[in-house]
Design a protein around this ligand. Structure first.
Ligand SMILES: Nc1nc2c(ncn2[C@@H]2O[C@H](COP(=O)(O)OP(=O)(O)OP(=O)(O)O)[C@@H](O)[C@H]2O)c(=O)[nH]1
Ligand SMILES: [Mg+2]
Length: 331
């Protein structure tokens, strides 16, 4: 990318141009080598967007809930970006609840953007990519970012760990499982939603979930509330937004939000630094040396563990030499 293209792209994103937004997100997803510089230049524009992670068992209604939230938030003027990791159902942009709100006009809404990402094929580490996409939304001018992921594995949990507030969506059928889930989902939620409350058994499930939540030690002065919802009809949405606001205020007042933010930043810096190092390692002769090592292992029966150890120290000393050269060049 030329400097002019680079500048035009950044200009486009901060001016609210959707095509620039989509383009930059693609560069981040592909872990394009120039992307750290672009993100670094965007960073001063961030800080305005609140990030809400939405997780829970498959099919709990996470996407439907985000759609319902969007249908309530957009008419209020709140600008929303959504990142969904491996969604099996499409987002409607609130259009399903379009009887109440008209979001189905032909011109795309500049204050709403959805992006889906596949677990497989993300080159930069999924949690990092999701958090970088959030930064881009933030710089674009979004007020809220939703990160949707199925709460099943570590990668997914890492995604929500990078959010300011984590919403765990459960369904009445989860009632029997909550005891077992205590160690996982039940621990990461700042707010719990019992979706599909129109179904049988929702009262009992609500009591069970509440009792498990009651056991949780509110070490940070916040006891996660449970909100009953019927996402398909938009029921419970206002209550969820109120609870998020209350959490947000509590986090600011207690200083807990800052502690969390630091943890998120530490992980971000670690991940990006690792990505840069990895890219530098395998650039140029790194890749050739790797090819030679594989050849030696296969054809000459050399020990791959020994080869890897030798290669690692060669690459490390090459890096040292390069960086001292750079230092010398600059002074
Ligand atoms: N009865 C009932 N069904 C609902 C409700 N909310 C969502 N559903 C239905 O549940 C199904 C799954 O909803 P999704 O929003 O795709 O669920 P999800 O959690 O995003 O699913 P994954 O992304 O695949 O994990 C859909 O058929 C929805 O119409 C609700 O409040 N009540
Ligand atoms: Mg979904």
């Amino acid at each position: 990318m030329t400097d002019a293209e680079h500048a035009a792209l950044l200009e486009g994103v901060t001016a609210g141009d959707r095509r620039s937004l989509a383009r930059l997100i693609s560069l981040v997803e592909n872990a394009d080598p120039g992307v750290e510089r672009l993100l670094a230049e965007l960073y001063p524009r961030t800080g305005g967007a609140y990030r809400i992670g939405v997780t829970g068992p498959p099919g709990a209604g996470k996407s439907t809930l985000i759609d319902a939230l969007v249908a309530t938030l957009r008419p209020r003027g709140t600008k929303v970006g959504v990142v969904a990791v491996d969604p099996s159902s499409p987002f409607t942009g609130g259009a399903l609840l379009g009887d109440r709100v008209r979001l189905t006009s032909r011109t795309p809404d500049p204050g709403l953007f959805f992006r889906s990402m596949a677990t497989r094929g993300s080159l930069g580490g999924l949690a990092t990519t999701a958090s970088e996409v959030s930064d881009i939304y933030d710089a674009y001018g979004m007020d809220l970012v939703f990160l949707e992921t199925v709460g099943v594995g570590q990668i997914e949990l890492d995604v929500v760990a990078a959010s300011d507030c984590t919403v765990v969506v459960l369904v009445p059928e989860s009632g029997d499982e909550v005891q077992a889930m205590k160690a996982g989902l039940m621990e990461i939620g700042d707010l719990f939603v019992l979706n599909k409350s129109d179904r049988e058994g929702s009262g009992r499930a609500a009591r069970e979930i509440t009792s498990v939540l009651g056991l949780r030690e509110p070490s940070t002065g916040w006891r996660p509330p449970l909100v009953s919802a019927v996402a398909r009809d938009g029921r419970g949405v206002t209550e969820i937004l109120t609870a998020v606001d209350a959490f947000r205020e509590q986090q600011t007042a207690s200083g807990e939000g800052k502690t969390r933010r630091k943890r998120v930043l530490r992980e971000k810096i670690r991940e990006v630094a690792e990505r840069i190092l990895r890219r530098q390692l395998w650039s140029g002769e790194g890749e050739t040396a790797l090819e030679d090592a594989a050849e030696a292992a296969l054809e000459d029966g050399k020990n791959p563990y020994v080869l890897a150890t030798e290669l690692a120290s060669r690459l490390a000393s090459r890096r040292d030499a390069e960086s001292s050269q750079q230092r010398g060049g600059r002074s």
